[in-house]
Each structure stands twice: as C-alpha cells, then as structure tokens.
Design a protein around this ligand. Structure first.
Ligand code: TEU
Length: 550
C-alpha cells in the first residue's frame, strides 16, 4: 500500500459500540443514540477514526437488533431518525465516521417482507426468502443446523406446510440471495444510508450470502463474491467509504477474493482464525482449549504474510460476540492492567486496522455471572436448553458460559464507580459488573498509567508513524513459547515490538543485528531503548522500540 495514495481507513483505529450496553440517556435501562452522542468527546479523546455501530434499526430484538424489521427506521428504545442524523453529524464534526451494521443474510421474521412472504408459493414476497418442502417424513428438508443450536428450518407460520431457512434464530429468516429484486432492494437501502452521510458498513456474516442450501453449503458459496462485487458496484462507486465483512470462514487463501485491491470488493474482512484455533472440535467455544502462544502467533504471522502486499487486515481481540480480551488472553486478576496493555501493544502495532470493542480500552473483564437467570443472550439460552437436555450438568454449563457466553462482552459500559456504573439511572437490561467500583472510565480519565491512557497513546502512534500503518511485518522468535516479538520495517526504519505473554519473568535473547540504541515508543513497565543481549522481561511486560537511521 503506497502511503501517498492509501485510503483514510488505513490510518484509522476503529471503535465498536454495542448500543444497548453503551450509554443510556433516558433511564429505561437500555443504551441509546443520544447516550452515544453524549460520549463523542470521550471517543474523540481516544482518537478513533470511525465507529462500528452494532444495529440500531427497528427490531423485535430477539438477537439484540441482528434481527431487523425495518432497515430504514430506528428502534424506539434507541431513539429516532433525528437522533441518528445528529449522531452522524456530530461524530463527523469530530472527525469520526459512523459505520452501520449491515445485516442482510437475514431479516427479522417481523420484517414486512417476511410477513408478506408467508402463506404459500404465491405470497408477494415469497421469493425473498428460502422455502423448501418437508422431507418425506414431514420433518425439515435437510439436516442444516442453526448457529444458535437446533434445526435451521422452521415451518411457515402462514400454514403452507413448507419450511423456511434460518441459519440463526427462527426469528431471523434467511434472505434469498438468488433473487435479483431482493438484492436490488438491499442495494437501494445501502445507498439510502450512505446518502445520509455514514462512513461505510460492517457486513454481518457476509460469507453466508452465497449459500446453496440444497448442497448443504452455507459459508463461501459459489456466488458469494459475485454478490459482493455487485453490491459494491451498486453502492460504493464514487464514494470514499470503509467496508468490513464478517467472514468466519475466510482463510489466508481466499481472503484476497474479499479485499484484493483490484477487485472493487471490500476494504477488509473480520476473520476469526485466532479465535477458533482454540475452540474444541466437538463443543466449539463452550469447551475452549488453553491459549498456546506459538499457535496463536502462527495464525497472526500467516495472516500478516497473506495480506502483506495486497488486501488489508482487520485486527481485534474482542467484539460483542466474544468474551473479554483480558479475561481470555491476559490475567484479569493479578495483572489485569498490565496484561490489558500488553495485549493492546501486540495488536495495535501490527499491520491492519485495529478495532477496540467498547470497554476494552478500560480493561473491562468478563461478566462473572454464576446463575442462568443473569444471562440474556439468545445463543446462550438456547445452548443452555439443548445442553441440559443432552445431560450436561448445570454447573458444567455455567462454567462454559462464564468463559464463553456472548454476554461477557455485553454487560454495561463502566463509566463511573456510581450506581449502575453510570450507565443508566434506571435498571439495566443486563447486570453491571460489580468491579465497576474499580474499573471505570472516570477513574482512568486523568490517570497517565491507566489502560485508557495507554490506548490513547497507541491510537496516536498509528496516526503519527507511517511505519505502524505501512511497515512490513516480520515475526521474530516464532517458536518461543512465552514471548510475542515482531518487527516492522519501512524505508530504513525499524520498529521492534516485544511482549511477555506470561505472568512470570522471561528471558529473551534477541537475534543479532539489534545492537543499536533506539527510541521507546511505548512500554507498560518502564521505557526501554535497547534490546542487545539477554533481556529479562517482567510479567506481561511489553514495549516497542523505533530504530531510525542517523
Ligand atoms: O455473528 C455471526 C456468528 O456466526 C456468531 O453468532 C457466532 O456464531 C457466535 O457468536 C459464536 O458462538 C453475527 C453477529 O455478530 C451476531 O451478533 C449475530 O447474532 C449473528 O451474526 C446473526 O446476525
């Protein structure tokens, strides 16, 4: 990527807002758009270039807004279209773009299209969805499963006897991407939003829109990239937007089909290889394996290499579907602050666009729920029902959920040490983490040693140093089990990033050629300017040194 012509989003750090849990302005216990507007100064101080806003559209909220009933209306609990326009304008005035969540693999079953599609083959919008006759035994057409558990097929509520497809909840019927009229409607909706001034789209499960259900193909289907390119041609022409597709199935081998520069496709994809690497073959995220550093590094190294000259990486530890970063990869107790900073150092100095998930910049931790009644997430509650029915004990399920439930990321943003963490004056829709007494934005705001101050610094480094944005990436000591080390190179300069991944002191022998004195750009223990000879790293220590020619 040539720095002179690189798009704006290559230098930006992104911030994800899960609106339900961010800031509540009216005391109903649910975060809302005016709440977000009231926190824009906070985001400006953090320095982010764009916000990925999880869905705020009209929705019955069976999946907290990932079930959209009207793409051109705002959910009443989140505010009004005027609030949305104000958010777009006020964010823009601070140099922050708003990226909407485009959920078009499916709609809500309460979308007008679906309501007009039920009843029989001649229903007006029948062909906007995926219908099949029952199997000979009257059951679902095939054995495709919903991502939330159970069959991916439910009977037409209109009584036709046919089944409709839902790769997620029954309240999320899948759209039929073979239908050009449906696709044109989606393109028109995208243009309608872009004309309102948004900065782009995050595209929910975009790798599923090429599905061929009769072949049992869901992800990465034969027409996937034709659909994406058609969509971009119909919407992105002449606009300077950022697009990021969520693609759990993306591999280093096919990533350039999504985001290769000559393809007029997406800016980048969210791929999850570093996450799924530690999932169990049989039980997935509910029985994760311990994180093993050489395996983790191998994943990052492969992706950095695959998109080194073409395409672009997205970089993230967490989002609204994943447990908290510091709880999963760091030490949320004894070394919470330092390990949160270490994780940020490693991620934010790689090549790609980093995404901060709300609260990560405070070192927020998993929810710590110990009773099923505390959970709200449709996936967690479904899995609870299914796994209990399959004879899993309550204690065993709760242990898995404590580590892996999506609700770990969805407890309210911790603004203050006051009632309900300053998130709401009412009763929050999901419990606030009691540790807001110590972990909160107010306490970190003016503390130069806080996780928040550290994130601000990393975001600034990316804006100020081309080497962070464009430098090539080379792994160092990839087989070392305890340290994460790499270097970036750009035009005779080098940036070396060193991190101790463990709670023990670790000795690290740098390879030759690092004898010089450099400049410390960031460090979570004490500034270091050299790494010649054996370096003894403190627990979770991380730092970066910049070497410039004299
Ligand atoms: O997530 C896609 C997805 O596959 C996840 O639901 C994933 O299966 C799960 O988190 C891992 O256990 C996207 C959204 O990010 C998610 O919030 C939605 O629920 C889902 O799509 C359906 O729209």
């Amino acid at each position: 990527m040539d720095p002179a012509t690189a798009p704006w989003w290559t230098r930006a750090t992104a911030y994800q807002i899960y609106p339900r849990s961010f800031a509540d302005s009216d005391g109903d216990g649910i975060g809302d758009i005016p709440g977000i507007v009231s926190k824009l100064d906070y985001l400006e101080r953090l320095g982010v270039g764009f916000v990925w806003l999880s869905p705020v559209y009209a929705s019955p909220m069976c999946d907290n807004g990932y079930d959209i009933a009207d793409y051109r209306a705002i959910a009443a609990e989140f505010g009004t279209m005027e609030d949305m326009d104000r958010l777009i304008a006020e964010a823009r005035a601070r140099g922050i773009g708003i990226v909407m969540d485009l959920v078009v693999n499916h709609t809500s079953s309460e979308h007008e299209w679906f309501r007009s599609a039920t009843g029989g083959p001649d229903a007006p919008y029948r062909n906007y969805y995926v219908w099949r006759d029952p199997a000979p035994d009257g059951g679902p057409p095939n054995d495709l499963e919903s991502s939330f558990g159970g069959p991916a097929w439910s009977l037409d509520p209109g009584g036709s006897g046919q089944y409709y497809l839902h790769l997620f909840d029954p309240g999320q019927p899948d759209l039929n991407w073979h239908n050009p009229r449906m696709r044109a409607d989606i393109h028109a909706t995208m243009n309608w939003w872009l004309d309102r001034g948004i900065a782009g789209f995050r595209m929910d499960v975009i790798d599923l829109i090429g599905k061929e259900v009769d072949e049992g193909v869901t992800a990465n289907g034969p027409h996937l990239h034709a659909h994406i390119r058609e969509m971009m041609a119909a919407t992105a022409q002449g606009r300077d937007i950022v697009t990021v597709g969520e693609a759990w199935s993306a591999t280093p081998e096919n990533a350039l089909l999504y985001c290769g520069r000559d393809r007029d496709a997406l800016s980048m994809v969210f791929q999850f290889a570093h996450v799924t690497r530690f999932w169990d073959d049989a039980h997935g995220k509910w029985e994760p394996h311990p994180i093993e550093l050489t395996g983790l590094k191998a994943v990052f190294d492969r992706w950095q290499a695959a998109l080194s000259d073409d395409g672009w990486n997205s970089l993230f530890w967490s989002n609204h579907d994943l447990p908290r970063a510091v709880s999963t990869y760091g030490d949320a107790r004894e070394w919470r602050v330092r390990s949160a900073k270490m994780l940020a150092t490693v991620l934010h100095l790689m090549k790609g666009t980093p995404y901060i998930y709300q609260g990560e910049e405070l070192g927020m931790t998993n929810a710590g729920f110990d009773d099923i009644s505390q959970y709200r997430d449709v996936e967690t509650l479904n899995q609870h029902r299914l796994m209990r029915a399959a004879d899993m004990s309550e204690a065993e399920f709760l242990a898995g959920a404590r580590r892996s439930s999506r609700d770990n990321a969805r407890t309210p943003m911790q603004w203050t040490d006051g009632p309900e963490a300053g998130f709401t004056t009412g009763t929050p829709w999901i419990g606030v983490n009691p540790n807001h007494a110590t972990i909160n934005a107010a306490a970190q705001e003016d503390d130069p040693d806080s996780v928040l101050a550290y994130y601000r610094h990393l975001v600034r480094l990316r804006r100020e140093h081309d080497i962070v944005v464009f430098g090539s990436y080379t792994p160092i000591a990839p087989d070392h089990p305890n340290v994460f080390v790499y270097r970036r190179d750009l035009e005779g300069r080098a940036l070396v990033v060193v991190a101790n991944w463990t709670a023990e002191e670790v000795a690290f022998d740098p390879p030759g050629g690092m004898e010089a004195e450099g400049r410390c750009l960031v460090g979570n223990v004490a500034p270091r300017t050299r790494i010649d000879g054996t370096v003894t790293l403190a627990p979770y220590e991380a730092f970066a040194i910049l070497y410039e020619p004299d």
